[in-house]
Design a protein around this ligand. Sequence first.
Ligand code: MG
Length: 377
Amino acid sequence: MAELAPYAANPESSRGRLIPEGRPEGRTEFQRDRDRIIHSSAFRRLEYKTQVFVNHEGDLFRTRLTHSIEVAQIGRSIARNLQLNEDLVEAISLAHDLGHTPFGHAGQDALNECMQSHGGFEHNLQSLRVVDLLEERYGAFDGLNLSFETREGILKHCSVKNAALLGEIGERFLQKKQPGLEAQLANLADEIAYNNHDVDDGLRSGLITLDQLSSVSIFARHFETARAAYPEIMGRRLIHETVRRMINSQVIDLTQQSLCNIRSAMPKHIDEVRFSPPLIAFSPEMREAQHELKQFLRTRLYQHYKVTRMSVKARRIVSDLFHAFTQDNRLLPIQFQEKVEKGSDIMRVTADYIAGMTDRYAIREHRRLFAVEEIPF
Ligand code: MG
């Protein structure tokens, strides 16, 4: 690995884990975090969770798992060029969506509504809850007991009310400070990944068309370059040539603008980064271009009537499940009933159970509870 810059997160001087542990052998603290994340059950469930398209809609659409891997790839490439800690960026990227409900944002909105009187539900906070509490794999602690820097990156936003309940990890939201550069980078790598793969998946699904996309400047520009470079190619190959150029241009822009910001702020330590304004950033021109693209995706893809139909169905499933379990907790699997018996709030236990479901598991669970015909158990 390239030498770390002084402003990078250094595993040797990590702020540590909630439960102190011996130093890892043959790997760094952040590599250990990444390894724990990859071995968790929440990580494996990402394979069957919706990014935009529900898992059963097609084999080639992004899932939360492939999305997270793309975020890690983009984040690591940029980290290397900025001399940041690649392992930490990778760990944060792979963990950033662990708290997502089934059915993407539709599922989270429904669960949040159900939990209104009980502190709400927020996927980002849930990701932290997964790694801090919900994974049950170790004898000595609940959760994965990750390093402060990884947890700081996972909690990318948080309301002041929730931050006040979180102790050290919530402090920066109260003091209006920034996280380390690796966390800032993972957040923007997430944006690069979804903006571009949603164009690709949107076209694949047929819900958006090349003709519509020709009104989006960043797409139109790279489409023309790709066509000029390979006049004979068409269809998916031309789309890939366009999308890869879009990703590349955003990666280069982010790297250059961030280097420029870092050079003028000259942080000498990660703690100075925390007191600086955000340093990992796109240029104003790229921000503008991304804004136009996001606007397009929102109106043409995320609000497309076919996506809306699935979202409405998803909300119904999540809310039906929630009400069934909270009205009669005998319907919960034994291990969740036991948590309630030991004094945990039934609402939160149910939210944890539902949030952990994959799309297809939630659909099956809904059928098991509501279908009148015989359903195999
Ligand atoms: Mg994401």
